[in-house]
Ligand binder design. Structure first.
Ligand SMILES: [Zn+2]
Ligand SMILES: [Zn+2]
Length: 418
């Protein structure tokens, strides 16, 4: 019979991948907690309109990449392609504006985009991110960048650097838009068919169209030259805070980020050692998102990071996860009740314990213990039961010692780090 394979673009995590995944999750939430972010867990399915209204009708994500389907009640639903929109929806629905500001949440979960799978890129992928709402202070932008930066530093990724830009607010946009459209109109024939349409609907999206050349993009007007005083001051304040925080950054005026909801600060963290084209994470400010989804005007700022790519990078730099040592229990068949009790006692004390399930002779059990890379094997036979003792064998040195059963936990703790 044919076996069933996983869906194209979807990945299983096991072994080292799963261990690194877990280490990433622990580390990222740990750093987020240090900045006062609390975890939020959200559904993977939302009404399609949430994404068309927030991510933007003219983005590749909404136009081409969403897993959208109609449920049995004829509603259009979408597997979330990113999580900021869901967090914003939840903010409005659950009245998070009644909490002290800035309201800070961190998340990790699967997202879905129908893209061509490439190395380290999947159709089902995991995103970690943070969002902070209700405060437009440039200090909050800098703090979010600092959180992102220190999170990556925890993994000893070398050459980290922040790329930052400001794309201004509603007041700055019209002048910029006009200059951009003028410049693009001169290159109309070079534009791809999508961008010819975007020139009318949403010209800023042309800046992150993958089909347009870098030369063309570099020649276009820069948002930074069209900022009004408020946005200019905000941007200068953010970069000044980054200096106080000792975070290396570079202003990159071609950076715009591919989603409609960004305003003012946009940023990426790159590693110069990994090639500057590849951002490890990206984020920015989105001061109109809540309002565009029907909430009261509420500023917001955040970032998101793809977990699969981080796993690839950590594997390439030989990241290891410190494994807990294993205690193996070998026993004679008649001593099985004692073996089960001993296992429970040391598990309760925090050790990882494997009880041999096949039993049989001690030689075979010790071989299985060695295959599992156990640090110690505890041997329980009839004579040990009679004398309330146990044998404890160090699997590396082969040294075996008889100890009193009551002394087992202390003996293991003493030897644990030896
Ligand atoms: Zn502005
Ligand atoms: Zn294009």
């Amino acid at each position: 019979m044919d076996t069933i394979k996983s869906v194209k673009g979807f990945k299983d995590f096991f072994g080292l991948d799963a261990e690194i995944f877990e280490a990433i999750e622990k580390t990222l939430f740990g750093v987020a907690e240090a900045y006062g972010y609390k975890r939020i867990i959200l559904p993977v399915v939302e009404y399609t309109e949430l994404f068309s209204r927030s991510v933007g009708e003219e983005t590749d994500i909404v136009k081409k990449e969403m897993y959208t389907f109609t449920d049995k009640n004829e509603r259009s639903l979408t597997l979330r392609p990113e999580m900021t929109a869901s967090v914003a929806r939840s903010y409005i629905e659950n009245h998070f504006e009644t909490y002290p500001t800035p309201f800070k949440v961190a998340y990790l979960g699967p997202c879905f985009r129908y893209e061509n799978p490439q190395k380290g890129r999947y159709r089902g992928f995991y995103q970690f991110g943070v969002e902070a709402f209700g405060d437009d202070s440039p200090l909050l932008d800098a703090e979010v960048i600092s959180l992102a930066f220190s999170a990556l530093q925890k993994f000893n990724i070398k050459g980290l650097k922040v790329k930052i830009n400001s794309i201004g607010c509603r007041k700055c946009r019209p002048n910029y838009r006009k200059a951009l459209v003028d410049a693009l109109t001169q290159h109309y024939d070079e534009l791809c068919s999508d961008c010819k349409r975007r020139l009318e609907t949403n010209p800023m999206r042309i800046l992150d169209c993958k089909k347009e050349s870098k030369e063309l993009k570099d020649s276009l007007p820069k948002t930074i030259d069209y900022l009004r005083d408020e946005c200019k001051d905000h941007f200068n304040a953010v970069t000044n805070y980054l200096i106080s925080m000792n975070i290396p950054y570079e202003v990159d005026n071609t950076l715009v980020r591919g989603l409609d909801y960004y305003t003012r600060t946009v940023f990426e963290v790159i590693s110069e050692d990994l090639g500057s084209q590849n951002a490890l994470l990206g984020g920015g400010r989105y001061d109109y998102l809540i309002e565009e989804l029907g909430g009261r005007p509420t500023p917001g700022v955040g970032f998101a990071l793809g977990v699969e790519r981080l796993i690839e990078i950590l594997k390439a730099q030989k990241f290891t996860v410190k494994e807990k040592s294993i205690i193996y229990i070998a026993y004679q068949k008649s001593s099985i009740t004692k073996a089960i009790k001993v296992a429970q006692t040391i598990r309760d004390a925090g050790f990882t314990v494997l009880v041999d399930t096949k039993c049989g002779n001690f030689k075979n059990q010790l071989e299985r213990s060695a295959k599992r890379n156990a640090k110690f094997t505890i041997i329980i036979g009839e004579s040990e039961i009679a004398s309330n003792t146990l044998q404890i064998k160090n699997m590396a040195t082969k040294e075996q010692k008889e100890i009193k059963e009551v002394e087992l936990l202390n003996a293991l703790k003493e030897r644990q780090n030896a």
